[in-house]
Design a protein around this ligand. Structure first.
Ligand code: ARG
Length: 461
């Protein structure tokens, strides 16, 4: 390449005596990654051109030609007729180059009062705003699916766990609605994130603003931004909105990963609580009997890259002097991959949840073992005037006795029970039933059926 003597001089080539080394071109080009911003780039340019005309910075008739040409370029891209070239570095240069090809000197006026620094910040915001909205939609889909499953198995009782040890009986529907709560917080976080994304950076120029009499509020109206950035230096170097999205996605992935893990465990022979749909499982190349929960494992595994993307961008940002630095180009691979991973995983998770089959009998059998009515028995003693701590100790001794004898608490006779505490009366057996254990937990947030029903109604399921 010979730089300015080349048939394809760089759009910024004037100052350079020699062209760029090919290795550098390959190393610095981002078109392979940022081509996906083409729609946003064109939309931003159209708004910019209209503003330039309105402010009489360029003639209206030239702006019209620019807008028409940009629309034509959009069509070329959509039809696959546009050829992207790494010679033009990024999506902004590729589109501007094509515009200039089409319009000559008129096309060269588009970049008046604009820098790629505010341009790329704009494109990223336009892009992310849309993606977050569609992710919020997909989150809603998964939440509805979980709620539907909760409704389908509304009264099924299962062991609740702490430390992965059987702890207290809960409704399966209550367990599923726990994920609905998590996803609701994810939705709130993403809605909050949109507030920070929805700020127009265009008009900040390279870093200091522009000498032209631009109308930023007008551009904001055209592109539906409720706010305009207040500091040009911040606007071109800020990627907080991307970090925020990556953080929200990382937390969302904690939730997806935990849900995947629950279902992987439940589908194992050892638990046997659910049956995963054949269509969403894969076999083993060696062991003919295997049915593996690969989809769920991959969702759990993909949390690794999403967490990594957050870490990657935090690291890119932490030492950057103000304002724009080329390092910022490295924001795109983590962002795009996160958007793709979140989008695909939410859709897959929804499908799997829709098709799981719950094995109620296995769940019920598991609840009956493990002394899961021990807390209720202690609570009973408390109602009879015993302090909770000594009730805890008494029931602990009962459990030890049962383990030695191979019996359950509810199988002990009244005499045997009274041997541990004279406060115990006949009504104790009501406190040892499973249904009772569920129904008594009716303070807000507890697993009582009435609570679960109310929550389902609140969330519109
Ligand atoms: N490709 C660049 C990016 O993604 C666009 C902005 C380049 N600006 C510059 N001054 N080199 O950040």
């Amino acid at each position: 390449m010979k730089g300015s003597k080349n048939k394809r001089p760089r759009l910024w080539g004037g100052r350079f005596g020699a062209g760029m080394a090919e290795s550098v071109e390959a190393f610095t080009s981002s078109i392979a990654v940022d081509a996906r911003l083409c729609r946003q780039d064109i939309a931003g340019s159209i708004a910019h051109a209209r503003m330039l005309a309105r402010q009489r910075i360029i003639p209206a008739r030239e702006a019209r030609r620019i807008v028409r040409a940009l629309e034509a370029i959009q069509k070329e891209i959509e039809s696959g007729g546009f050829s992207f070239s790494s010679k033009d570095e990024d999506i902004h240069m590729n589109i501007e180059r094509r515009l200039i090809r089409k319009l000559g000197a008129v096309g060269e006026k588009l970049h008046t009062a604009r820098s790629r620094n505010d341009q790329v910040a704009l494109d990223m915001r336009l892009y992310l705003r849309e993606e977050i909205r569609s992710i919020i939609g997909a989150l809603g889909g998964l939440r509805r699916e979980l709620a539907r499953t909760a409704k389908r198995y509304l009264t099924v009782i299962m062991p609740g766990y702490t430390h992965l040890q059987r702890a207290q009986p809960v409704l399966l529907s209550h367990h599923l609605l726990a994920y609905v709560e998590m996803l609701e917080r994810d939705r709130e976080r993403l809605e909050g994130c949109i507030q920070r994304v929805d700020v127009l950076p265009l008009g900040s120029g390279a870093l200091a603003g522009t000498t032209f009499p631009i109308d930023r509020a007008y551009v904001a109206r055209l592109l539906h931004f409720p706010r305009v950035s207040k500091n040009s230096i911040d606007a071109v170097s800020d990627r907080d909105f991307v970090l925020e999205f990556l953080s929200a996605s990382a937390i969302l992935f904690v939730h997806l990963s935990r849900l995947a893990e629950d279902m992987i465990l439940w589908s194992s022979e050892e638990f046997g609580f659910i049956e995963l749909p054949d269509r969403y499982c894969t076999g083993s190349s060696m062991m003919p009997q295997k049915k593996n929960p690969d989809v769920l494992e991959l969702i759990r595994g993909k949390s690794g890259r999403v967490f990594g993307h957050l870490q990657a961008l935090l690291t890119v940002m932490k030492g950057l002097p103000l304002a724009y630095n080329r390092d910022l180009q490295e924001d795109k691979p983590p962002l795009f991959d996160t958007v793709d991973t979140v989008t695909a995983s939410l859709a897959m998770m929804r499908e799997v949840v829709r098709e799981i089959k719950v094995k109620k009998e296995r769940m019920l059998a598991a609840v009956k073992d493990g002394f899961m009515n021990a807390t209720d028995l202690a609570d009973y003693l408390v109602r009879r005037g015993v302090s909770f701590r000594s009730a805890h100790a008494v029931v602990g001794r009962m459990v030890r006795f049962c383990i030695q004898k191979g019996r359950r608490l509810e199988e002990l006779s009244l005499r045997e029970l009274r041997g541990f505490s004279p406060k115990i009366e006949k009504d104790v057996y009501d406190y040892l039933t499973l249904d009772g254990a569920i129904q008594r937990r009716r303070a807000i947030g507890g697993t009582a059926l009435a609570n679960v029903r109310r929550r389902l109604k609140e969330i519109g399921a």
